[in-house]
Design a protein around this ligand. Structure first.
Ligand code: NAD
Ligand code: UD1
Length: 337
């Protein structure tokens, strides 16, 4: 089928493009390049020997999207495009609400006009808010503690309401846990602008000498070693979840929600030590105060995706650490020379 990938030059989008092309799909990408480089798609072509068609297009640009939908017979949309920095969303909430929510509304409007009614949407484990109920199942109550999280919650609601209003829409909401790792070729990976907010890119930049020291945010949480626990998932496994969700859309009624995680929690210190062992190097770190807004523990119950999509994560923490490091080592400045 022909799949439109919004945000397809980004981290998760580019890995998903690889798997879509390898599976024989035609891929059309739209991205405004606000947080990515078009070079990622050249690398996707090096890996797969196949080309995705790229349009520099904003999801706020209704006319621009109409042109893309006119030029291709799109069968389904995988919707990654969005702003994703939690701290930034607190500082500039209107930009986040406009980009993520208005952008999604305009995309849905154009999809409706062209009779394209199948979508897989990037949601996040952040919609579970703060809860002691672990592992997290899809039926738990949701809440948000940042404008970013609110945009995910609101878009989930908008997509659900749309499916209730018109049963010809089929939409899958994928709640990602903590994506890390990179394609094993080392050609594509996460390319954060400026100083990374997330743990794995921070670790790889300390390993490369770009950053001096990792600050571990808190060692006084009620966990086995006092540091926060998360469900890290390899980005290629995550990408594969999108293909499985796409395969099932035809048979689906309305909205379905799936957690994409491994179901296993690792502490910050676990991840640092796994990285050191997997790559035979040392990470300089210190213990720092807790980061405001962080939850203590967060990991998935991923049995619904296993049962209904036939999907489960295949790669382990060693793969995550090796592949993240290979990408960083080969591309110290990301996609820039
Ligand atoms: P990313 O920033 O690498 O990719 C997002 C892409 O969307 C970028 O290429 C960016 O340029 C593009 N984009 C943003 N606004 C746009 C707009 N208005 N029009 C067109 N393109 C636009 O991020 P990612 O890590 O690949 O995340 C993809 C999706 O998954 C996002 O929606 C994110 O919120 C969600 N998500 C990510 C994580 C994570 O940890 N990476 C976790 C949970 C959910
Ligand atoms: C963060 C976002 C979340 C988003 C997810 C994936 C916040 C509060 N949450 O999740 O909404 O869905 O990214 O993009 O930003 N850590 C350190 N030192 C660092 C960085 C992180 O100790 O320099 C710790 C954190 O305290 C946490 C763990 O590492 O315990 C993982 O952090 P991170 O990678 O930022 O992801 P989350 O906070 O889980």
């Amino acid at each position: 089928m022909t799949v439109l990938v919004t945000g397809g030059t980004g981290y998760i989008g580019s890995h998903t493009c690889v798997l879509l092309l390898e599976a024989g799909h035609d891929v059309v990408v739209i991205d405004n390049l606000s947080n990515s480089s078009e070079k990622s798609l050249e690398r996707v072509e090096e890996i797969t020997g196949k080309k995705a068609t790229f349009y520099k297009c904003d999801i706020l640009d209704t006319e621009g999207m109409r042109k893309v939908f006119s030029a291709h017979k799109i069968d389904a949309v995988i919707h990654f495009a969005g702003l994703k920095a939690v701290g930034e969303s607190v500082a500039i909430p209107l930009k986040y609400y406009d980009n993520n929510i208005t952008g999604t509304l305009r995309l849905l409007e154009v999809m409706g006009e062209f009779g394209v009614k199948k979508m897989v949407f990037s949601s996040s484990a952040t919609v579970y808010g703060v809860t002691d109920k672990m592992p997290l199942t899809e039926d738990l109550p949701t809440s948000a503690n940042s404008p970013y999280g609110q945009t995910k919650l609101m878009i989930e609601q908008i997509l659900t309401d749309l499916c209730v209003s018109d049963d010809s829409w089929k939409i899958t909401l994928l709640r990602y846990f903590n994506p890390v790792g990179a394609h094993e070729s080392g050609k594509i990976g996460e390319n954060p602008r400026g100083i990374p907010n997330n743990l794995m890119p921070y670790i790889t930049q300390v390993a490369s000498g770009k950053l001096a020291q990792l600050s571990i945010f808190g060692d006084d949480y009620p966990t086995k070693d006092g540091t926060g626990v998360r469900d890290y998932i390899h980005v290629v496994d995550l990408a594969d979840g999108h293909l499985k969700a796409l395969d099932k859309l035809d048979a689906q009624k309305g909205v379905e929600i799936y957690n994409l995680g491994t179901g296993v929690g690792y502490s910050v210190l676990d991840l640092v030590h796994a990285f050191e062992e997997a790559n035979d190097l040392k990470i300089n770190y210190k213990i720092a105060p807790r980061r405001p807004g962080d939850v203590t523990v967060c990991y998935a119950d991923a049995t619904k995706a296993a049962r209904e999509l036939g999907w489960s994560a295949k790669k382990n923490v060693v793969d995550m650490c090796r592949d993240s490091w290979r990408w960083q080592k080969n591309n110290p400045n990301g996609y820039e020379a």
